[in-house]
Each structure stands twice: as C-alpha cells, then as structure tokens.
Ligand binder design. Sequence first.
Ligand code: CUA
Length: 348
Amino acid sequence: MHPLRDKPRVGLFTFAVTAVALLSGCEGSQSALQPAGPAAQDIALLWWWMLGTSAVIVFAVVGLWLYAQFRRPPPASSEQPAPEQAGMRHTAAVDRIIARRWLIGGGLILPTVTMVVLLAFGIPMGHRMLPLPLPEAPLRIEVTGHQWWWEVHYPEQGITTANQIHIPAGRPVDFHLASADVIHAFWVPQLGGKLDMIPGRTNVLRLQADAPGRFRGQCAEFCGLQHARMRFTVEALPEEAFAQWVAARQADEARPVRDAGAPSAQVFEAHCSQCHSVAGTPATGGPDLRHLHSRTLLGAGTLRHDGDGLQRWLREHQHLKPGNHMPAHDHLDDDTLSALVDWLRRQQ
Ligand code: CUA
C-alpha cells in the first residue's frame, strides 16, 4: 500500500494507544474519577462538567478558526480593488460590526457566563466540603505528617498507629492534619480533595466513605527525597467491624510487653527505642510498632508486610527507601535481626 494512504491508520493507531495509556490512569484505587464518598463525588462531577465545557469551547474555537481559514481566501495584493469604492467601504463597515460582536460575545460574554455557571456549581460544592458543625460530632482522627510516614492518632479511643487508617463507613470523619517537619499534603483521591499539612498549624479535612472499602492515599506535596514513598491506606469498615478494630487496638496498648527480659528486648532498647515506640516499653516517639502486626505494608507503602518482609525491611530499608531516617543496620548480624523480628512478632 502507498505510504501516504497508511498515514491515517498510523495516526489512528497512535491516538488509540496513547488514549488507552492515558485513560488507564483514570482507574484504580487512587483515582479521583472513581469517587467513593460525597466530597469525591462532588469533585468528580465538577471535573466532568469542566471537561465537557472546555471541550465544547475548544471545538467551537477550532471550528471557527477553520471556518475563517477556508471561507474567504485573502485576495492577492496586486488584485486588491481601490479602497475608495463604495461597495468595499460598506463591506469593511459590516466586517467591523461583525468582528466587534464576536469580540464582545466570545471575549467577554461567553467567558463571563462560563465562569458564573462554574462558580454557581463550585461554590456550593466547596461549602458542602467544609467541616461545619453537625448534629452528631464526626469521628476525630489526628494525622501528623513526618518525613516520610504518617502518624495516626485517635484521641477519643486512645489509639496511636501509623500509615494505615481505619474509619467507619457511612459516617463523616474529621481529619485534623498537622506536620512535624516540612509541608506535606494529605490526599485520598477516592474520598475527597487534598489538604496541606503545614508545620505550626492544624487543618481540618472532612471525608466520608459511603461503603466499606480500601482506598489509597498519597502525600501530594513534594517533601523531600522519599515523597513518592509517603503512601498510606484508608480502610472503611462496617460500623461493627470498626468497633472490633478499635477494641483490638485498645487491648494491644493495654497489654504488657511480652518477653520484656529477652535479649531481643535489650537489642530493641539499645538500637530502636530512641525513634520507635512500643506501648508498654520505655520507648517513645517515632512510628509505633505495637500495631505492626496489624499492618499489611511497611515503610509507608514501600513493601508488603508478609513472609520475610519485616526481615528484609530491617536489612535493606536504606536500599528500598534511600534516605529514610532509620540508620542502616549493618552493625547487627542476621541472627540478631531475625531474633528482633521474632520478638516484634511476639508482641501481637
Ligand atoms: Cu510528604 Cu510529600
């Protein structure tokens, strides 16, 4: 076949492949276009309206531009008639009036109407997302951003955990967002918009999951080397399962530490306790490890917590998440590390 006749096919194929690649980004547990709560639904609806409106405007402008290109080819300068001819003057005056109408209509009225319509949609939506007082107070969860993990505290339940947030489905939750170091941003695309976590202040974001499910969150403000590996999950549970989860975590925190006199407990105290906490030991601060067994991910979403995941994390964490604030454990031999992993597992 002639190469020129092949061109449209190649163009169509390239367009299709690109479109599939781009649209595949619209699906998944981190897609704002698969909303699972009222705030996210509003955002997705507004996004579709903005896309539709801008598509109509782009097609209209391109259509007019093509019309202007092909309607009247400009006459060659040598054939230009004398400007003093009455007919030409008349045509020029009509052209000026038409041009002025297009300028006022397309440059002033159309943008004004478009902006007013979008604001009429957007302002009430933004208002609905505010954490305004409700007849029944929402669940309060305090999340603090650290380089590069999330501290999660339930003040009314007395639970502190990290990176994996559990909420009751069908109930509004107020996230009180703060930062311990630099600016981070808390974002769960399927549940709502993102909000900055700024050192020295607390911002409140109200989210709700309509049904049980697991949603991915991501830090949305560049915060250093491992910004991309500052992920978290939000698991929405049925009300009863959430109450069970709370009771299990409270029991974890109330239970005395197991094997407090074991050699591994001393290893933990010597090497980990300055930065990590385990409820019931003198260790304070840093990611709480008492709930480690209940988490399915390690290193804020860097590694699956299964099989030898924890051992691997302790050995290779500076390779898996370079620059994280935990020092390398090169001074600890494999036996010491695996005994430490066993001791941490026994805290379940
Ligand atoms: Cu924290 Cu980006």
